[in-house]
Write a protein that binds this ligand. Sequence first.
Ligand code: GDD
Ligand code: MN
Length: 362
Amino acid sequence: MSSPVLSVIVPCYNERPNVAPMVAALDAALAGIAWEVIYVDDNSPDGTAQEVRRLAHQDSRIRCIRRIGRRGLASAVIEGALSSSADYVAVIDGDMQHDETRLPAMLAALRTGQYDLAVASRHVAGGDNAGLSGRWRHALSDGGIRLAQTFLPVRLSDPMSGFFMLPRPLFEDLARNLNGQGFKILVDLVLSSRRALRVKEIPARFRERAAGESKMDVLVMIQFAGLLLDKVFGGMLPLRFFSFALVGALGVLVHLSVLGLLHSTTPLGFGRDQTVATIVAMAFNFQLNNAVTYRDQQLKGPRLWRGLLLFMAVCGFGAIANIGIARVLYEQKTAWSIAGGIGAVIGVVWNYAVSATLVWRA
Ligand code: GDD
Ligand code: MN
């Protein structure tokens, strides 16, 4: 088989029942075009990868990348697109909600050479978003659109779309700047380009999900906000640092709440109350960082407990450094608020840098 003109990248998690119908729909929609489909599965427990491979034995245009120990729609798309040798790459959801019949029109638009990016939009004349379930999803999607549009250098009516196409060489150029976290890889791509991309919007309907359920959740939204922060401020500090520092601040509240619950009489001293409050706060911070900050490489099973102990040791040293530096500065007549602030910043940078290396190996 000659090299395909188009690679269709499908990020998937628990999409087994949708694989065969989707491949059949792609075959019908892309008649006359040399295409391949690359499923990027994050070790779905429902056997999505096995189903893709069953079909791949019958049709060499079907490929599967199975990722173990990594999760995330955007990073899956990046790995899938970077495994392509085609002239163009398209990204589409694996649940049949995107209208695959729009792919030829997207390819034709790019082949004119007048556009860098073809995006299937629900929010241009002829598009519709009926398949998005529930009012709160519509509200969230509209809110996400408005938020993204404030940062985008080009006008996109549907920046939340996960259905778009671009020349593979352009994807490769942009790939090194991508954040790669969360769901919104299109926003990541547009914000990673040093020039304003020329965009062609193709009207498309967003159908009801064929089977299974959406993986969109609150954590994905936090990641979306973090993606925008990263793109706007990321040159100074990585996105994860913001998340880690925010979790640390929440941990302080947990620490103080535990002291309050224990009716501690020695809030600033060292004693049983402090020890209990510190252990609870550290365990809270570890769990939240593992779920949010390091969601794409979460520790599980025995590695989780080993990580917790390591995290506590790292933060124990961080606390000693924090208090020690604050005390030295205070004794040198620095105002206690400034001494405490400097100690806290050094503590959080230490905790972030060392736990990123030792605990999550990011
Ligand atoms: N590999 C991998 N890893 N795939 C994932 C993951 C993951 O962690 N999470 C979701 N996916 C896959 C799903 O299997 C599906 O094929 C696609 O990504 C979209 O996920 P949904 O859970 O169906 O998202 P949605 O229905 O809420 O759709 C919203 O997000 C999509 C992605 O940005 C809408 O905004 C869509 O327009 C958008 O395409
Ligand atoms: Mn969906």
